[in-house]
Design a protein around this ligand. Structure first.
Ligand code: NAP
Length: 290
């Protein structure tokens, strides 16, 4: 092997804490392999206290770009030179592109949600939807709903109602959308709320590995055959939430499609090359179901 074998290899990666549970290194390195690009994707464990230093180091090392995960998705906005429209509107960044020291932030979770829901646009538009959760992922989901689907009303349910209320005010001011109602988890009328919603989104980690048996509702009457249930959790692929919704005849959408599409958008931003999403979707399902 020549010494200069890695001379032109571009480095991309992920910063967050923790990062060891992430599937992003798998997704991107398989995509690199399939597209025969000279890139490598590496996870970097970066605590909040070191975010500024990490960004300086990445600049100095010429790292081409990186994903951003918990706990940096909001804080990183303070360090960036530019924001894409959806990053500015959601107030959260999960992808940074380094263009010779100029850092631009994007929110590709938005594209993940959009690609997952787009086939159901006609069903969702003009109807009532419920989102459970008020963290970063809920932010991306709500942004997509308001911007692209124009639902009649969004019901936002969260364990800490104050956080849901802050999100309501944020989107009212940012996108001039005020057809929102917030609820504390679990409102006594949760079954009624769910059963009257065309779309129900779980944007909490409830039901995620290793707590497979947890569910935001275990009452079968929450679901019916006229609904769509979308779980952002991707491990397990078929959560208890989706199992119950499916048993009642609802259309179910798992978190894998979103995960692959958000990755595909990031990959394209860094490399200018399309990720082979069908292959990645299959590989990831196999890996997680093992
Ligand atoms: P986050 O910012 O930490 O927010 C978590 C939200 O879930 C908060 O609203 C929190 O409520 C609520 N929550 C947490 N534990 C709960 C519990 N035991 N019971 C009830 N509510 C609970 O996390 P996030 O980034 O939004 O991620 C949420 C989920 O989406 C995670 O499972 C993540 O893996 C998934 N996700 C998937 C994708 C994908 O591509 N498929 C992308 C991003 C995220 P409080 O406000 O009360 O704390």
């Amino acid at each position: 092997m020549r010494n200069s074998f890695y001379e032109n290899t571009e480095v991309i990666g992920l910063i967050g804490q923790p990062v060891k549970q992430s599937y992003s290194p798998f997704i991107h390195n398989v995509a690199i392999e399939l597209t025969k690009l000279n890139y490598i994707y590496l996870p970097f464990n970066v605590p909040s206290s070191n975010l500024g230093n990490a960004l300086k180091g990445m600049n100095a090392l010429g790292i081409k770009g990186f994903n951003v995960t918990i706990p940096h998705k909001v804080k990183i906005l303070d360090y960036l030179n530019n924001l894409s429209e959806e990053a500015a509107d959601t107030g959260a960044v999960n992808t940074v592109v380094n263009d010779h020291g100029k850092l631009t932030g994007y929110n590709t979770d938005v594209y993940g949600v959009l690609e997952t829901l787009l086939p159901y646009k006609d069903e969702i538009s003009g109807n009532r939807v419920t989102v459970v959760g008020s963290g970063g992922a809920a932010r991306a989901a709500i942004y997509v709903l308001i911007r692209y689907f124009k639902p009649l009303k969004i019901h936002l349910v969260n364990r800490t109602e104050q956080r849901a209320e802050s999100l309501r005010v944020y989107f009212r001011d940012k996108l001039k959308f005020d057809s929102f109602k917030t609820h504390e988890l679990f409102p006594p009328d949760l079954v009624d709320l769910f059963s009257k919603s065309k779309l129900i989104i779980n944007a909490t980690p409830v039901g995620m590995y290793p707590d497979f048996d947890d569910n935001i509702t275990s009452i079968p009457e929450s679901f019916n055959k006229n609904q769509i249930a979308f779980d952002l959790v991707y491990n397990p692929v078929k959560t208890k939430f989706l199992q119950l919704a499916q048993s009642r005849g609802a259309i179910v959408l798992d978190g894998i499609t979103m995960l692959v599409y958000q990755a595909a958008k990031s990959f394209y931003l860094w490399t200018g090359v399309e990720m082979p999403v069908t292959d990645l979707n299959k590989s990831l399902r196999l890996l997680i179901s093992r």
